[in-house]
Design a protein around this ligand. Structure first.
Ligand code: ZN
Length: 278
């Protein structure tokens, strides 16, 4: 760009020199003047053409610069491309948001360990509880709500809700919702249906938001912290819901390690409702 401007200045200087070289007007000099005017017009045309080329090059440079800067800034992230890694978050924020979700709790030992680890790291997560696991673990449910986690419903006894009689499924969900409300003071409005099986009729009947997932860690299957971590790193992207279960020590261990690693790479952990709204 600077070089282009310098070239333009030189061309202008040349024009000035040409104009000041013929102050008088005699018939003999008119042809010379005419030739010089033609040259001047040619110089001007060249000048305009040069300016256009420079402007085009500058526009191309400006358009490519932010993309190049972005690639450099997120170098660590780019080394681990996920299915959504090239997508911007809705709203165009481009923030690297992750929602960790934990099903099947509360568990007296592992949920407690997880809650303490999350608190220590100032991280919020989402829990989808099984109704029949709540009695005896009320304090954990209270702590979830107090610490700012999203407390949602999984179901009462982990059955496939779509295989139950509709009225029975609604009662199953309602019963669990009320147990959570009695402890936390808030009626859940998000549900993680067991096995991800859900129906529009159920949704209309209970008026809750179903929450599915982007990354299935298969933590229940491997029960191996290193494998769970690898599964997340391999698939992680900017705007994803990760499925875990806080009834396994290995899952809790993996979750806390992943938080430390991804937080260092610029990821922010949010409750799932924030991710769905964004
Ligand atoms: Zn489950």
């Amino acid at each position: 760009m600077k070089q282009c401007r310098r070239l333009n200045k030189d061309a202008q200087g040349q024009r000035k020199r040409q104009v000041s070289a013929h102050p008088e007007e005699t018939p003999a000099k008119r042809r010379t003047v005419k030739r010089k005017l033609i040259i001047l017009a040619a110089v001007l045309a060249f000048d305009v053409l040069l300016a256009c080329i420079c402007a085009g090059a500058a526009a191309d440079f400006l358009a490519s610069a932010p993309a190049a800067a972005g690639t450099a800034q997120s170098g660590l992230k780019e080394a681990e491309p996920g299915p959504d890694s090239l997508e911007e978050a809705p709203g165009g924020s481009g923030e690297k948001l992750i929602a960790l979700t934990f099903d099947d709790g509360p568990h007296p030992v592992y949920t407690k360990k997880l809650l303490d680890g999350l608190k220590e790291r100032h991280v919020k997560a989402s829990f989808f509880l099984i109704g029949e696991s709540i009695p005896g673990n009320e304090e954990l449910v209270r702590q979830m709500a107090q610490d700012g986690h999203l407390v949602g419903t999984h179901c009462y006894s982990h059955e496939d809700l779509t295989k139950m009689a509709p009225q029975k499924a609604i009662e199953d969900i309602t019963r669990t919702n009320e147990m959570i409300r009695d402890i936390s003071g808030q009626l859940p409005d998000h549900i993680r249906p067991p096995y991800g099986r859900w129906s529009d009729d159920l949704e209309a009947a209970v008026g809750m938001t179903p929450v599915f997932w982007d990354i299935d860690t298969l933590d229940w299957k491997s029960q191996n912290a290193a494998k769970v971590e690898r599964q997340i790193y391999k698939n992680v992207g900017k705007h994803q819901v990760i499925l875990l279960h806080d009834v396994f020590d290995t899952s809790v261990e993996a979750a806390l390690t992943v938080i430390d690693t991804l937080a260092a790479q610029g990821y922010t952990f949010v409750t799932v409702d924030e991710l769905l709204i964004d």
